[in-house]
Structure formats: structure tokens, C-alpha cells
Write a protein that binds this ligand. Structure first.
Ligand SMILES: C[S@@+](CC[C@H](N)C(=O)[O-])C[C@H]1O[C@@H](n2cnc3c(N)ncnc32)[C@H](O)[C@@H]1O
Length: 213
């Protein structure tokens, strides 16, 4: 299937947001159509692939933070794998409302990545973030909070485009966290197609780190 011009327009509109307030409002407006556009029509594979990678190394009883949960595709994937204690956070209440209806999350709350999260240190056994460490969305400083709220020995899994890893400052940030002894790399996948049927040239990577402090 080819990409649909309406989707291209919607993605341009989202990525054209200049502030978090604008991004929040645009995601609120998109929330009801998001699953149809991104999961059904575009066939975004990130949530299932990154959730499956995390599930290989984390006990199903774990408390998992889904950061930038959107409409809950990651939560659904984790719930299908047997996870029951998942917390969703997102900038957009509209997206969280759709996520809530899926029944995969124990808790859902509005939080802004890049700011201090309203969780205690070590609150989670694992953190997962898919589709949100991207252009104009969550900044690289979000990773500091992922490390803080994830227990020592816990895992942080993320899905990201390799081009944004290089150009969005994530390479420097991820290496800095490693050099500071705050986390260590467990695995970095080979690049894979994030939307194989509609945008075969767009690649994605799954990263998993273990928290050290
Ligand atoms: C492309 S969607 C991905 C949603 C979901 N993780 C998935 O894979 O289907 C990106 C989500 O990130 C949220 N988002 C963007 N910037 C954010 C920020 N700074 N803090 C929290 N959420 C943010 C948006 O509201 C949106 O729901």
C-alpha cells in the first residue's frame, strides 16, 4: 500500500508544531483517528517490536512505565504478552483517553517528557518509549528522568529512528549516560523497517539499557 496524502498532511501538521502546547492540542485533535491512520493504514510496527524486545528480559509482574503512550499501542502489546502493571504518561489528555479505553493500563496521567516527572525515584522496574523520542517531541533530557524513575537493574527500552539518534542529540546523550556510569547498553537492534508496507525506506532501531544507579 502507498502512503495516503491525507496521512502525509496530518504528519506534517503534527511535526510542524512549534510548542508543546501546540503539539498537545494537535494530538488531542488527532486522537480519535490516530489508530486508524498510524496502526491500520500506515502499519507502524514499533510498539509491537519494542514491547516484545522488552518482554524477553523483564518479568511479567514488573511495573512498567510507558512514556509517550499515545493511544496505548505499547500497553496493548505488553498486556497481550501478560503484563498487568503498566502506567501510561503522555502530553495529550485526548490520546490518554483513547488509551484508557483499551484497558491495558493500571494508571494513566498527563506528564511532559523533558520536565520532572511526578514519580518517586525507582518507581518502575522498566520504562518503555516508542515513537516519542522523535523530531519536535520528547527531548533527549527525557532520558535523565527515565533513569531516575527506573530501579537499579531495571531496563529502559526505546524505539527510535537512526537518523534522529544522530541528529537529535541522542547519540551524545546516550553515550554520556554510559560514560557517567548511569546506564549500560544491553542491546541495540539492527535497523528494521518501521512501516514496511507503506514507507519501506524509513528505518527504526530498538535500544535496551540497564540502569546502574
Ligand atoms: C507518535 S505518538 C506515539 C504513541 C505510542 N507510543 C505509539 O507508539 O503508538 C507520540 C506521542 O508522544 C506524545 N508526546 C509528544 N511529546 C511529548 C512530550 N514532550 N511529553 C510527553 N508526551 C509527548 C504525543 O502526545 C503522542 O501521544
Amino acid at each position: 500500500m502507498m502512503a495516503n496524502p491525507a496521512h502525509d498532511e496530518r504528519l506534517k501538521w503534527i511535526y510542524g508544531s512549534k510548542t508543546n502546547a501546540e503539539l498537545e492540542e494537535r494530538y488531542n485533535q488527532w486522537a480519535d483517528l490516530y489508530d486508524k491512520d498510524v496502526e491500520d493504514d500506515l502499519g507502524f510496527m514499533g510498539p509491537k517490536i519494542v514491547a516484545a524486545a522488552l518482554a524477553e528480559s523483564v518479568d511479567k509482574t514488573s511495573k512498567v512505565l510507558d512514556a509517550g503512550a499515545g493511544t496505548g499501542a505499547v500497553g496493548e502489546a505488553l498486556a497481550a504478552l501478560g503484563f498487568e502493571h503498566i502506567t501510561a504518561i503522555d502530553l495529550s489528555p485526548g490520546m490518554l483517553e483513547v488509551a484508557s479505553a483499551k484497558g491495558a493500563y493500571e494508571t494513566l496521567q498527563r506528564e511532559v517528557l523533558g520536565e520532572t516527572l511526578a514519580f518517586e525515584d525507582d518507581a518502575f522496574d522498566a520504562t518503555i518509549c516508542v515513537g516519542t523520542l522523535t523530531v519536535g517531541h520528547a527531548p533527549r533530557s527525557s532520558l535523565d528522568e527515565f533513569v531516575r524513575v527506573t530501579k537499579v537493574g531495571g531496563l529502559i527500552a526505546s524505539g527510535m529512528r537512526p537518523d534522529h539518534y544522530e541528529t537529535g542529540g541522542f547519540k551524545q546523550k546516550q553515550e554520556a549516560l554510559e560514560n557517567e556510569g548511569r546506564w549500560t547498553l544491553v542491546s541495540r537492534s539492527a535497523p528494521y523497517q518501521m512501516m514496511p508496507t507503506t514507507e519501506p525506506e524509513l528505518m527504526y532501531e530498538t535500544w535496551i539499557y540497564e540502569v546502574l544507579v
